[in-house]
Ligand binder design. Structure first.
Ligand SMILES: [Zn+2]
Length: 121
């Protein structure tokens, strides 16, 4: 839990109580501070059981807790979305997936403050 994110938002959706590591909650909060507006999160951390249930990737970064999927309503327009990605990379998110109505981002490469991987899904 941080200033702008509830315990539910930073926990596994199955109700098991698994929470994102504190440093990853801080990374998300700092991104939100830089962005200056709400980030609506579709998914953060998942336990192995829940990840399997929803068909997540075997080595999903949601399992390690550094992945966040912001819903597209987080962004007002294309410029806003671009600014958000700038804020996210500044805080160490370095891998991005562009989904239909959500974005995926994770920080799998330690201390890389630029986009390393970018995919669609
Ligand atoms: Zn769970």
């Amino acid at each position: 839990m941080t200033r702008n994110f509830t315990k539910d938002e930073v926990s596994c959706k199955c109700g098991c109580g698994l929470e994102m590591p504190q440093n990853e909650q801080d990374r998300l909060q700092h991104t939100r501070d830089d962005y200056g507006k709400a980030i609506f999160v579709a998914r953060t951390i998942s336990c192995a059981k829940h990840n399997k249930k929803i068909g997540g990737a075997k080595k999903s970064r949601h399992l390690t807790g550094d992945a966040v999927d912001p819903e597209d309503r987080t962004f007002e327009n294309s410029a806003d979305r671009a600014f958000f990605i700038k804020c996210a990379t500044k805080n160490g998110y370095n891998c991005f997936g562009i989904g239909g109505k959500r974005l995926h981002m994770d920080a799998r490469y330690e201390d890389k403050f630029e986009i390393v991987l970018l995919w669609t899904y």
